[in-house]
Design a protein around this ligand. Structure first.
Ligand SMILES: *[C@@H]1O[C@H](CO)[C@@H](O)[C@H](O)[C@H]1NC(C)=O
Ligand SMILES: *[C@@H]1O[C@H](CO)[C@@H](O)[C@H](O)[C@H]1NC(C)=O
Ligand SMILES: *[C@@H]1O[C@H](CO)[C@@H](O)[C@H](O)[C@H]1NC(C)=O
Length: 432
């Protein structure tokens, strides 16, 4: 209700900056861990020997508009405390604002996390995986300093610790593995900042929570999410909640650090547009979708052409997003405007050299602003420094299951009901 965003510069992109070519660690910014900490036991207490197929399902809260992000509640520590985390498939590391003590922490919904005395050593493979290049020197072998910088200008600086994550599995078992997380004691707010306890990093790197759970044998290294167009939805880890034969799969590009189905071709209303070789990634940390300047320009021209002679006019005084259209009277929902807008698609080459299409119906690219206008949720990526990278954000992933399968190195999507939590195997994607 009523909390309006201050123009379009506040939209969020949590793509890790590393991807755009800058470095994550800088020796001159190394800070000493203030508190003497004893390095502890690194084995998880609940290591499973046999791989029981099981999943973890976590409810999501939030929406594309007006919130602009989705959060998940995780219970961390002993005794465990709840934390609200931003869900980000665009970065690896999970971190909490941390009283270590805090040098600069930002407003948070809960008291800052207080780490137990369990530092991750600099030589630990998880620490190594966070460094951008091989020549990382351990200034202080007993600790692992990290810095993550996000595409919106935000950053977190801190030290890696291990702590208990209290997790419920679909097998109705509970496990409390020790997982590495960042204790962030120096945060800088980015353009899309909102009060949050930390970030849940779900990228494909070793430090990602799901990689860690999978190396402990607790779940398969597979992440899925289902973001509801009504707000909320769920997140899952593991591969036993869906029927893979009902998912449209495309290989995950190994050359890109983030979840990328490789190069895409843009079609509009079933026809080719000439925009191809679009390097694309999926990023749940981005509220909107970003196309590079040319494709963005091209798409806008096509949409505008379709609108000529229709009762929709550009709403120049609506600053919710760069491009909004108004009707004769305010729109209440996308249903009111759907008929004026076409579906476009990105198609990716799959293993069989045929194409897998990701369709963008109007619901996947329009929002209705608080002023009752239809605004385009596709933005100019070149303008926010993404260069040629095209980012598929939350708006375009709503009301479908998107699966990042790191075991089989593929990305998939399928229609899904995101309004109900899945309870059992193959619940998510059922036949009609
Ligand atoms: C995050 O989700 C919780 C519910 O789990 C909700 O109560 C809370 O308001 C959300 N926090 C933020 C910062 O959006
Ligand atoms: C796990 O399930 C138990 C029993 O249903 C519940 O009380 C608890 O809050 C759940 N814990 C988490 C971390 O969701
Ligand atoms: C996109 O942004 C770039 C960089 O700011 C700008 O040069 C270009 O004109 C923009 N494209 C469109 C279609 O607005």
């Amino acid at each position: 209700m009523g909390k309006e965003k201050e123009g379009f510069c506040v939209v969020g992109v949590l793509v890790l900056f590393l991807f755009l070519g800058s470095s994550v660690t800088s020796d001159d910014r190394q800070k000493r861990w203030r508190k003497a900490m004893v390095s502890g036991e690194t084995m998880a207490s609940s290591m499973l020997i046999n791989r029981v197929p099981s999943s973890i399902v976590l409810p999501l809260h939030g929406n594309v508009y007006p919130n602009g992000y989705y959060n998940v509640t995780l219970n961390i520590g002993q005794p465990s405390k709840p934390y609200f985390l931003d869900v980000d498939t665009g970065s690896d590391l999970t971190w909490l604002q941390c009283d270590a003590p805090c040098v600069q922490c930002l407003e948070a919904p809960h008291p800052y996390y207080r780490p137990s005395n369990n530092l991750v050593a600099c030589t630990d493979p998880i620490c190594q995986s966070l460094q951008s290049n091989g020549d990382h020197r351990c200034e202080n072998p007993g600790q692992c300093d990290y810095e993550v910088a996000y595409a919106d200008g935000g950053s977190s600086f801190g030290v890696l610790v291990r702590d208990t994550f209290n997790l419920n599995f679909t097998s109705e078992k509970r496990h409390s593995p020790l997982l590495a997380l960042g204790c962030g004691y120096d945060q800088f707010p980015g353009g899309s900042h909102h009060p949050i306890d930390g970030v849940l990093g779900l990228g494909k790197g070793k430090s990602s929570i799901v990689s860690q759970l999978s190396s402990l044998g607790l779940v398969r290294n597979v992440i899925g999410h289902c973001l509801s167009g009504h707000g909320g939805g769920f997140l899952f880890f593991g591969d036993d909640l869906y029927d893979p034969s009902r998912v449209a799969w495309t290989p995950m590009s190994p050359d890109v650090k983030h979840y990328s189905p490789g190069l895409a071709e843009l079609s509009f209303d079933g026809k080719t547009t000439g925009f191809k070789n679009l390097l694309t990634t999926f990023d749940s940390g981005a509220s909107y979708t970003y196309l590079n300047s040319q494709a963005y320009q091209g798409l806008i021209s096509l949409l505008k052409k379709e609108l000529s002679g229709k009762p929709l006019k550009e709403a120049l005084n609506d600053r919710t997003l760069p491009l909004c259209w108004k009707g004769r009277k305010p729109f209440k929902s996308i249903r009111d405007v759907k008929k004026y807008f076409k579906t476009f698609a990105l198609s990716f080459k799959n293993e069989r050299k045929s194409k897998t299409e990701l369709e963008f119906p109007p619901e996947a690219y329009l929002i209705i602003s608080s002023k009752g206008n239809a605004c385009l949720g596709i933005l100019n990526g070149t303008e926010v420094g993404l260069n040629d990278l095209n980012v598929i954000g939350d708006i375009s992933m709503q009301d479908r299951v998107v699966i990042y399968d790191n075991e089989k190195e593929r990305i998939g999507w399928a229609p899904g009901n995101c309004n109900r939590l899945p309870k059992s195997k193959s619940f998510i994607i059922r036949s009609e």
